[in-house]
Design a protein. Sequence first.
Lengths: 279, 316
Amino acid sequence: MEQNTKKRLQAAACKVRMGVIEGTYNAKSGHPGGSLSIADTLTYLYFNKMNVDPKSPDSADRDRLVLSKGHTAPALYAVLAQKGYFPEEELRSLRHIGAMLQGHPCIHIPGVDMSSGSLGQGISAACGMALAGKLDGKSYKVYAVLGDGEIEEGQVWEAAMFAAHKGLTNLVAIVDNNGLQIDGPISEVCSPEPITDKFAAFGWHVITMDAHDFDDIDRAFSEADSVKDKPVVIVQKSVKGKGVSFMENQVGWHGTAPNKEQYDQAMAELTAQLKGLED
Amino acid sequence: MADVIKKATRESYGEALRDLAEEYPQLVVLDADLAAATKTGIFKKAYPDRFFDCGIAEANMMGVAAGLAACGKIPFASTFAMFAAGRAYEIVRNSIGYPHLNVKIGATHAGISVGEDGATHQCNEDIALMRTIPGMTVINPCDDVEARAAVKAALDFNGPVYMRFGRLAVPVINDPATYKFELGKGVTMRDGSDLTIVATGLMVNEAVQAAETLAAEGISARVVNIHTIKPLDKELIVKCAKETGVIVTAEEHSVIGGLGSAVAEAVTEGCPVPVVKVGVNDEFGHSGPAVDLLKEFGLSAENIAAKAKEALKLKK
């Protein structure tokens, strides 16, 4: 990846992280940890990969993304706002009564392709979208973003079976393997590992990726494009809470909002990171 | 008496999908390994490229239907009522109901008349479950003619629709030449002044027969067919309450949460009169021939007539 592109994406991702902190702080609730672990991938997809246009969010030919791990909506909203789907001020009213931005993604929000949040369901909807694309002879791709805890849901494997059997080669699933879920490490709760072997056994092309290295992200999605005979899953090794020192790899930051002191510290860290990228 | 033609509404469902496919190019059909039973196999034979078997995975099927609808298709997700409304309830609620997607759910083998398969497959709770989902339309047709018309009406309506069909062949009581289906509008099958029997599904025919029995005893019973349980024709129900003073409901469904409850809700708000419910009481079914089970569980003209006489005593 070109250095300029990489810097641009790193800066955009940093702003997304600031949006996550801004949103959850003002909401006094929400899920910063998993939002921060998926921030780079969502930034890459919307700013460097997907065929989308905020001016025509309902275009029939657009690429689609279903945030199956819907609780990380703050990251998606921050990306969509930065992309121009709606004003960035909306992030500050996340989860507020009467606000547009619901606690979990809602299809009626500009840029959101599917309501999600009840885990395990988004990947099925993504399968339906991919199937519709095949039926209509369209060339769009459908991306489904799942959590590693989420794939404990049985419906995910119903969908995995379906996608491979129906030849949904226009579907790319991303599993955010940050290793932590609400009750603790996934290895201690009810381990879904080995994730790559499971998807391979279900007939998917499996790619692994470092979720916080844009060169590697670019490599993984380029490889995904080259696969023509199977649905693709990218299992991304990520750090929950990535970018905010005290949130990194802490299970407690799954579903806790920062208080004022924590907000100030997080924003200071992210501001310094952004300054470093812009210098 | 002339020979009565009998047909299962699941058969009408499969045939209607096939017959409407050409007119509606966006129509696609999903099933969960039950195409031979739900009769979507009829569609599959005619339009194999528009039929998708999801295997025994109803949760995923409902989600796939949601995704197809989000891209402009009109998917008919088909399986037994037990699995459509029961097993997949939360997917129907969150992936179809909440985004208000244009998915049609074809739920066959509803109610006790599933017969020999027994309690695990006899879904008497689906109307209750589906009607609590905001924006969900719930249709329970009474015969072949109404079932076909319901499929067409669902296609012409933009939004999620739950359609309930039966396994058992039931008498065709409507005339296809004159029948008109209007979503959300009840049909007065027979006029009467002493009481109103409000029925749905295969109980409509039983209600008509009960009214004949009652007429022979000098009791004038009105019969109203409610094919659309949601949105309910409250205006008609309240009118019946005002004009006849007492209502008996009849459904092949639990007395908790179904047509009887919906009617009672409307009546208590609009014109409180006694509502006596005929349906499956708070119990599971069991194996047996459908016709015998219907009798045993009181889903018969005889029981409706008996309940009607009891109801009349409650009338003020």
